[in-house]
Design a protein around this ligand. Sequence first.
Ligand code: SAM
Length: 287
Amino acid sequence: MPLAPPPLSDKPLEPGLYVVSTPIGNLRDITLRALDTLAACDLVLAEDTRVTGKLMAAYGLTKTLERYDEHAAERARPKVLAALQAGARVALVSDAGTPLVSDPGYRLVLEALQIGARVFPIPGACAALAALAGAGLPTDRFLFAGFPPPKTAGRKAAFAALAPIKATLIFYEGGSRLAASLADMAQMFGPRQAAVGRELTKLHETFLRGDLAALAADPRVQAPKGELVVLVGPGEDEPASEADADTALDEALARLSPADAAAEVARALGLNRRELYRRALERKGVR
Ligand code: SAM
């Protein structure tokens, strides 16, 4: 039985590749445009035809489904590109969420563009963004880092490279690796706020929030069931040291008056302008 009769659009689809987001758990998280596209396209490329078949059946849609997963992609791509060149409307979906986000499709999009086909994103659910929306961590700058390497040495190297980036970091992770991954994060990122979003949009949706060390020690992170997103906040800015301030002041004093140098350094380092002015006069030998 369909979940609801979709009020489908009767506008014809233009030829091209449609990158269609599908739900990450809750079947109702699908857009009307995604349903329009799946209903009207000539072919649906699916990471797993059974998974997509169930979604289509839930909405009363029937369509030719072809497998397009990591293994089939290389072989399937020439045929798909030929169909696009011939003016077909092809929809690409993954098992959950937005294709290309830790899922196949990047090469297909690239090569479709290279042969002059149009590519239409049909936006919708994505676990990374759902987790970001509910985590309570800063959202002004974020970086999606995909799955961390599976072994601790590779993981620590990857985290060390990410540590200087001032942004909320978003990772996908499996339950069996969560505790080890959080322990490595606590070591490499230091005391930062973090969150684990589990089974988002599903019956057992939960968020764990806290600083990294506390989360790593939480018994609930020991091999939890279900799907997970880990988010690590950007951490506090270290206050600039006196030595940093003096270096910046000396550099600015070579170009500017003490008052202007103090104002520039105060702005750049978030320090007190009057105090910097006093130091600037001292460094210039003026009383
Ligand atoms: N393309 C998908 C997207 O847009 O989110 C991600 C595909 S990736 C192969 C699968 C990973 O996404 C899972 O291992 C998990 O880390 C995360 N994920 C997917 N669905 C989720 C959910 N409902 N709750 C939490 N994490 C989820």
